[in-house]
Structures are given as structure tokens and as C-alpha cells.
Design a protein around this ligand. Sequence first.
Ligand code: ADE
Ligand code: ZN
Length: 326
Amino acid sequence: LSIHDFIRQIPKAELHLHIEGTFEPELMFAIAQRNKVAIPYSSVEEVRKAYQFGNLQDFLDIYYAGAAVLQKEQDFYDLTMAYLLKAKEENIVHTEIFFDPQTHTERGIAFNTVITGIHKALLDGENKLGITSKLILCFLRHLSEESALKTLEQALPYKEWITAVGLDSSEVGNPPSKFQKVFEKAAEKGFLGVAHAGEEGNAEYVKEALNALKIDRIDHGNRSLEDPNLVKEIVDRKLALTVCPLSNLKLQVVKSPDLHPLKKMLELGMMATVNSDDPAYFGGYLNANFIVMTDALGLSKEEITLLAKNSFAASFLPEDEKEEKI
Ligand code: ADE
Ligand code: ZN
């Protein structure tokens, strides 16, 4: 078995995946047409040409514009099902999906429309494709804490469908402490917590995510490596990092594949996992992320196996279900 085939066949979990970031141009065109909304591109090729980003904000501007095409429950169902079919092809047997309700409610789409479409697809994913899943509600950190609190209120009637809350969007200038109250309230209601931290922001952002938000898992976390005491805490507490190699390269968080810190994280004893973040925008799904790292860093089958095991160990599945999948 070649190492690339080994990557393709090993069962994996994906823990950092924005459903709006799986919106492929072909589906975007189809949904725009049936909803009769205009998009600023005339062809799929033109869309792909526009996907060149100098940093996180350049990407987010395009990503939010694309998401504006989504209006009906069926749109959210189709988006989610398209990802699940990809996941099936890639041997992803468990997935924990982020969604950004404010991206839609701010445009007048009902919370119920968004979550019902996604939830119905996840049910079909489990029943028809055998893929288990969890849903994570992300607050947009460029908006106010008040808006996040309102979003948490809207989510409460759907509590059974949502496992955790998260924090995403523009990191620098929007530190975790801005969202301390909403994460406290979410914890009181029984949600787990995650946050994007240390992607563009420095190690202080990661420390705040741990101390102010009391998160259970760190999304990205790359810049934790700048603080040895923080690395020690992350290792000692067995906190997982959801690392996104192709995202880091496209957003120029890491300048080239051979400079990526993934292998270093494993060597330091950190529980790193590999994930695709926004695969329609960053040029590849989960296996492509494993492959780019394996080719650049010379990952062994043992290291790939460890990363796959970490993906289940770091998941929010109950312990007995983790055991079954590892
Ligand atoms: N939203 C979607 N992808 C994101 C990322 N990589 N960082 C922050 N917010 C995001
Ligand atoms: Zn992300």
C-alpha cells in the first residue's frame, strides 16, 4: 500500500470543518440560480481564480459573500449532504461540523431554517452513509458579545442538536475575553466549548481561550508554540489542537509546507489532529491535507496512524463510541 493509499483508507474523524466553507462553486451557481440571486462571478473558473488570499480577512470577505446565496432549508441540506458525500469518499467516519448562524440570521434568514437543513442532512448522513456527527455553533468574533448572547438564546430550543459552541472569524483585535460571558452561559446550559485561537493571533489569544473561555479543544493553536509554558500546559492537560494545513498555507499563516509545525507538535507531545477547515476555498478535503503534510514533512505510517487515532480521541464522542472507532 502506498503511503497516499494508506492515508485514503485509514478511518478518520474530522473536527474542524466550517460547513459554509464546503460551498463548492458548482453548487453555489446552482443555488444562486434557483433562488434567483445574483453572484459577482460569471463562471466556476472565475470563482476559483478569485480564491487567492493574502490573509484571513481577505478570505472571510469572500466566504461571507458566497454564503449569502443560502436562503432555504433545502439549500442548507444540500450544502451539508454534499460535504457528507465527500467525507464518505475520504473514509471520514465521524465529523464535527461548525456552522455560523449569524452569517445567515444577520441577513434575515431564520435560525430554524439554517439548523433544520443541516440537522436533516446529518441524520441522513448517519442513517444512509454511516457517518456519525456532532454540530458546533460558532459565534462570529467580529460581532458583539450581545449578538452572540442573542444567538445562544435562539439556539436553546435546539439544544439536543448542538454539542458545543465555538468562536471564529477575524481573530486579531477580537480576543477571547470579549466572549467570556456567553461562554459561561453556554457552559451553564451544558454546551462544550472550543475556540479558534493562535491562528493569526499570538499565544496570548490561546491563553485567554483557555483561561477566560475554559475551552475543551483548541482550533488551530499554531502560535501556542511561541510560549513554552503554554505548550507544557496543553500537553499536561491533553488538550487537542485541530490543525488545518492547507488553510494555514492559503492564508499565509505558514509560508511553505516544509515549515509547517505539525510534526513538531507531535514531537512535543501535543494532541494534534489534521482537518480541512474550508476545503472548497483552500484547495482540498481531509486526505489532501494529510498528503501535503506527509510529502513535505516525511510523516511515517505510524505518525499518520497517531494523527487518525488522535482525531477520535479528541472528538466529542462518548468514550465507549471512541473506543469502537479507534
Ligand atoms: N471561518 C471560517 N474559517 C475560518 C478560519 N480559518 N479562521 C477563522 N474563522 C473562520
Ligand atoms: Zn476554522
